[in-house]
Structures are given as C-alpha cells and as structure tokens.
Design a protein around this ligand. Structure first.
Ligand code: ZN
Length: 168
C-alpha cells in the first residue's frame, strides 16, 4: 500500500495492474467488475491479466535488484505476443511505437513499456522488496535506490524486524 502518487504516463497502467493484487490482505481486485472495467478487460481476460501481472511484478522486482517472487512466464515472452510497429505521422513526420493490434491489455502494456523506455522511466518502476507486499511503486528518489513502496510502512517494518533480530 502506498501514499505515493501514480507512476508517470503509461506506467500508471502497469502500476495499477500490478497493484490489483493485495498480497497482505489476500484480495485480488481482478475478481471485481470495477477493476476489470478500469483495465478494459472482461472476465475471460482475467487469467491472462493475472499471468501478465506476475510477469510484470517479477520485472519490477528485478529493477530493484531482487529475484523473482515465484516462477513466472518471462515478461519478454508475453510482450513478444503483442508486436509494436513504428507509426509515422504523414503531416509532421513524428514517429511513435504503436501496437499492431489496438485494444488488448497486453498491447497497451507493451506500448506503455515502450514509451517508458523512451522516457527513461521503465527501470524506475519497481516492486517493494517486502515479501508480504511486493507492491508496485514509482521510485522518485534522486539516486533511484528506493527499496520499499513506502518508507513509513514497509521501510519501517523492515527496520523493526532488523532491530528485533539483533536482540537486546
Ligand atoms: Zn511495501
């Protein structure tokens, strides 16, 4: 859980997908129609969205230097199923990466990752190192070495655990 503001640009979609699962509470928002509408998927797309979500979480953990939380389909394998092409504007010659197939969540995520690569923001989207959290957050720290979704919550808890481990 986090008091942070949403990740910039298309990364907000990635962040919001990853954070549909609340590990601590054991609730999955993909079970609710509200979250499915927000992400533009139907009930049929939930299994695929869950697979994509955990592949993304593993990539976000890797951004912070952590091993995957569990075995996942590599994110690259999933994104290869949603090819992008270079779309060029006939009028001003500007170019951008666009999904070959408009609409599906996978295509929108692939586009968001491509945009974040260009903006230099992709590796700043991380997953909290706390095993009971693994919440996605955008690391705005100057050095980019954030470790927790929230210093107040998970950071404080980790410190407390270390303190207890040391003993009196
Ligand atoms: Zn956390």
């Amino acid at each position: 859980m986090s008091e942070r503001s949403a990740a910039p640009g298309g990364l907000a979609l990635v962040e919001s997908l990853v954070n549909t699962l609340d590990l601590e509470a054991g609730t999955d928002a993909l079970d609710t129609p509200e979250a499915r509408v927000r992400l533009g998927i139907t009930e049929d797309g939930v299994a695929e969205a869950r697979e994509l979500r955990e592949s993304l979480r593993a990539a976000l953990l890797a951004h912070a230097g952590h091993p995957p939380h569990r075995a996942v389909t590599p994110l690259g394998t999933l994104l290869a199923r949603a090819p992008l092409y270079v779309a060029v504007d006939d009028h001003d010659g500007s170019a951008r990466l666009a999904p070959a197939v408009q609409g599906p969540l996978l295509s929108r995520v692939a586009t968001a990752v491509a945009e974040a690569l260009v903006a230099g923001t992709w590796t700043r989207l991380k997953a909290c190192e706390s095993e009971t959290c693994h919440w996605a957050y955008y690391d705005r720290s100057p050095a980019g070495r954030g470790r927790w979704c929230s210093m107040q919550l998970c950071g404080a808890r980790a410190k407390m655990r270390r303190y207890r481990a040391k003993g009196p």
